[in-house]
Write a protein that binds this ligand. Structure first.
Ligand code: HSE
Length: 373
């Protein structure tokens, strides 16, 4: 099928904006004959400028207009997918659906896309007529980009993963609220902070009082994140897990195409006060005792974006941090060393941008792949 018309829904939100920026940077629009922009609320208004063309917005609920697309790329969220996808398919639409939301990830008819890890699976699916390609959970995609060298070679028996997830994963409002909380802490502590003679425990008391106070801004995050952390992400799942933790296991194995022979992956997902980089501390049980040089080599060679950071204090605090990695396509992995539990036990720490490889980039590359077929 020659792809002519590509529809974009939810392009103005955070993931959508990052996607469009990446597409402009990579000149992806040069190979799209007709990009069409949809809106759930601003039909008829001006859309984004693409090259010298000014686009107009179409109604994102107009099934007839949507049906005219060869590909639909949506970052609009799960509610939109639930409302529109099934009806479109029932009406006979046979285009490709590329989606950032989780709604369709675990369905039989979809593939979770992360092409540096599962390109073969994507190609096979395309050959078999699969038309639904869904971006993975950000934490899962970032962990897999970092660990691809060991995962793809089937060298991992299990992984225990403890996450340090950024505010961006909870949405744009959560990022704003995190900064507002930081500002509130500054305001509350300013009188003493400016006084070099002030006692630190008194300053701390002011911060805690502000954090626990009724006027502390928590409408989006549900609790203080600045100066704090939140050891629960998403809804409750079975057996004491959060849904975010459940996704780690099911999505990772689906991406690897090993649902019949899954790797055990489990751990706790924690929100911390970083802006848009998710970090994860891994305990890995390897299938065999590999040497550290081989481990580092396999990890580094797995794809163009993973970067192995030397396990030194200086490298770790400068290069293996959200502030260093943010806004880049690099997925850093460091703190690599064997653990006391035995020679098959490896520990690692990884950091990646939640909006790039964690969300927009796998979708952008899936679209590109379709356009190049
Ligand atoms: N669920 C993730 C988070 C982001 O809350 O950080 C989306 O994958």
């Amino acid at each position: 099928m020659k792809i002519k018309r590509v529809g974009f829904v939810g392009w103005r939100g955070m993931v959508g904006s990052v996607l469009l920026t990446r597409m402009r940077d990579e000149a992806d629009f040069d190979v799209i004959e007709e990009p069409v922009f949809f809106s759930t609320s601003q039909t008829g208004q001006a859309g984004p400028e693409i090259g010298s063309q000014q686009t107009r917005l179409h109604d994102a609920f107009d099934l007839q207009q949507l049906s005219a697309m060869d590909v639909i790329v949506t970052c609009q969220g799960g509610d939109y997918t639930t409302q529109v996808f099934k009806v479109l398919r029932e009406e006979g639409w046979r285009g490709y659906w590329i989606d950032a939301a989780s709604s369709l990830r675990m369905t039989d008819h979809s593939v979770i896309v992360l092409d540096p890890v599962n390109r073969e699976l994507i190609d096979q699916a395309l050959d078999n007529g699969v038309r639904d390609f869904i971006g993975g959970n950000c934490t899962v995609s970032l962990m897999m980009m970092a660990m691809a060298g060991l995962l793809k070679a089937d060298l991992v028996e299990w992984i225990s993963v403890m996450t340090y997830q950024a505010a961006s994963g909870a949405g744009a409002r959560a990022m704003r609220e995190l900064l507002t909380q930081m500002a509130a802490l500054c305001v509350a502590t300013a009188p003493l902070l400016e006084d070099p003679a002030a006692v630190i425990l008194d300053i701390d008391r002011l911060a805690i009082e502000a954090m626990r106070g009724a006027s502390f801004p928590v409408a989006n995050l549900g609790a203080a994140l600045a100066g704090n952390l939140l050891p629960w992400i998403d809804r409750i799942a079975d057996n004491g897990q959060s849904r975010e933790e459940w996704k780690g296991y099911v999505e990772c194995n689906k991406i690897l195409g090993r649902q019949q022979n899954p790797i055990a992956i489990d751990g706790l997902c924690v929100r911390i006060g970083a802006m848009r980089c998710h970090s994860q501390a891994l305990t890995v049980k390897l299938c065999v005792d590999l040497g550290m040089d081989e481990i580092r080599g396999r990890l580094a060679e797995a794809n163009d974006w993973v970067r192995v950071v030397e396990n030194t204090p200086q490298h770790s605090i400068t290069e293996l941090t959200p502030s260093h990695v943010t806004g880049t396509l690099e997925v850093a992995i460091g703190r690599l060393h064997k653990m006391r539990m035995g020679p098959e036990y490896l520990t690692a720490f990884t950091v990646g941008d939640q909006l790039l490889w964690g969300a927009a980039e796998p979708l952008r590359r899936m679209l590109k792949l379709l356009l190049q077929r």
